[in-house]
Design a protein around this ligand. Structure first.
Ligand SMILES: Cc1cc2nc3c(=O)[nH]c(=O)nc-3n(C[C@H](O)[C@H](O)[C@H](O)COP(=O)(O)OP(=O)(O)OC[C@H]3O[C@@H](n4cnc5c(N)ncnc54)[C@H](O)[C@@H]3O)c2cc1C
Length: 392
């Protein structure tokens, strides 16, 4: 039977972002309900890669967030007291052409200035780190700071640690409405009854706009599908996180590829390669705007495999066993939306992490908990509020 609850804070969305926020708030003794319409990791956090990759982040605030998150990751596994398969592996971005090399030189310069350890490798040096590279590869960037984590185990571990500290976890419970009075949050309506609360955090990833509509707010987040191929288990093959420079172009410049005729480029296919603890290789991914369709397509998988084996022909000898797709929460400027919403006291957004939510989940949890418990975050995140999208 539906019942009424009273909590100080309701976190909507049991993905990695909502779970991380719930954990940080519970750690500070706050009364929290974490509300998820399916199971934990039901959205993108259960249908993604495992990379904590710093090299793909734009120099400046984006990379600063990732560096702060990486610091938290260093001690997160013992802190959560659950295995999350965290490992610092290092990573590479493979460069195919001299033109890409020029772009990456500029990217790396900015990243070094922001504090990342990253360097450019020539063909021979790159080949020593990763076998099986195609002959035409001109080089790579390399950072020893990139790492891996199991995103599902991470989400479950955040949630379990929150529950251990008193958070109430409501699964198979959908938030259907927001209660407010005089511009102040009063609670949420859910499929399992009402919850009276003072603070609501919208951490629903690609679905954040639907929760926004409940208060008449347009949130500029769109689902961006990513398809991934999974191979059979093989002995260690992939050195760490591997991306291609084309991934960076597809990620930050969707307009540049929009009118291109090549089907792979049109689907935003860029290399993203990593190997799980058990030995399966994840080969991704597409970056497509196809609404909330999270199916894999024959064309998508074909283009991923065609592109990947062009860069790493050695992969042709390994069998694919399955595939999946997830919906990244895309924002137009590539940065998440984090912070309070003007006009509705007590309402916060923490969504729109696109392809970076696993990497940025620890720092997002800390920032949101800081904003709520201390009124300001440990780093300046005023540029991340939704206000930045309001027309001048
Ligand atoms: C193919 C692919 C590869 C990726 N690889 C990486 C990577 O290597 N590294 C990285 O850092 N990131 C990666 N990402 C991005 C990462 O997966 C996302 O940024 C992250 O999972 C977003 O987490 P989230 O909690 O914001 O959203 P989600 O995990 O989507 O969680 C949102 C949750 O909200 C719930 N929800 C929605 N509406 C309601 C409602 N009304 N009531 C209750 N619950 C609701 C949903 O059911 C869902 O569980 C990848 C993504 C994809 C798709």
């Amino acid at each position: 039977m539906a019942m009424s609850r009273i909590k100080e804070i309701v976190v909507i969305g049991g993905g990695v972002i909502g779970a991380s926020i719930a954990y940080q708030l519970a750690k500070r003794g706050r009364s929290v309900a974490l509300v998820e319409r399916g199971d934990l990791a039901f959205g993108a956090s259960g249908a993604c890669d495992q990379d904590i990759i710093l090299q793909s982040k734009n120099p400046g605030l984006h990379l600063q967030l990732a560096l702060e998150s990486a610091n938290i990751y260093e001690t997160l596994e013992p802190e959560l007291q659950q295995p999350i398969e965290y490992k610092k592996t290092g990573g590479m971005i493979i460069i195919e052409t001299p033109e890409e090399m020029e772009v990456m030189r500029g990217f790396v310069k900015g990243q070094r200035e922001t504090g990342l350890m990253v360097e450019i490798l020539d063909r021979e040096e790159a080949g020593k780190l990763q076998r099986g590279l195609a002959g035409h590869i001109v080089g790579a960037t390399y950072s020893p700071q990139d790492a891996h984590v199991n995103p599902i185990k991470l989400t479950l571990a955040f949630a379990a640690a929150a529950v251990k500290r008193g958070t109430e976890l409501l699964l198979h419970t959908e938030v259907t409405g927001i209660k407010q009075k005089g511009g102040i949050v009063k609670g949420v309506k859910t499929t399992s009854g009402h919850i009276d609360c003072e603070i609501i955090i919208n951490a629903t990833g690609a679905w954040a706009p639907f929760v926004g509509h409940m208060i008449g707010l347009e949130i500029p987040i769109w689902p961006r599908r990513g398809q991934i191929v999974v191979t059979e288990e093989v002995p260690p093959y992939v050195m760490g996180d591997i991306l291609s420079a084309r991934y960076i172009v597809a990620k930050y410049n969707p307009d540049m590829i929009k009118d291109c005729e090549d089907p792979g480029i049109k689907m935003g296919v860029g290399l993203s390669l990593s190997q799980t603890k058990k030995g399966n290789i994840f080969i991704g991914a597409t970056r497509e705007f196809v609404g909330y369709n999270s199916h894999v397509t024959r064309e998508g998988l074909k283009e991923i495999l065609k592109y990947t084996t062009r860069l790493m022909p050695g992969l042709k000898d390994i069998n694919m066993i399955r595939s999946f797709a997830g919906l990244r929460p895309y924002t137009p400027d590539g940065l998440p939306i984090i912070g309070p919403v003007k006009g509705l006291e007590g309402f916060f957004i923490a969504a729109g992490h696109e392809g970076d939510g696993i990497a940025l989940s620890p720092v997002t949890g800390r920032i949101v908990a800081d904003l709520i418990t201390e009124g300001k975050a440990f780093m300046d995140v005023s540029a991340l509020t939704i206000e930045r999208f309001k027309k001048q």
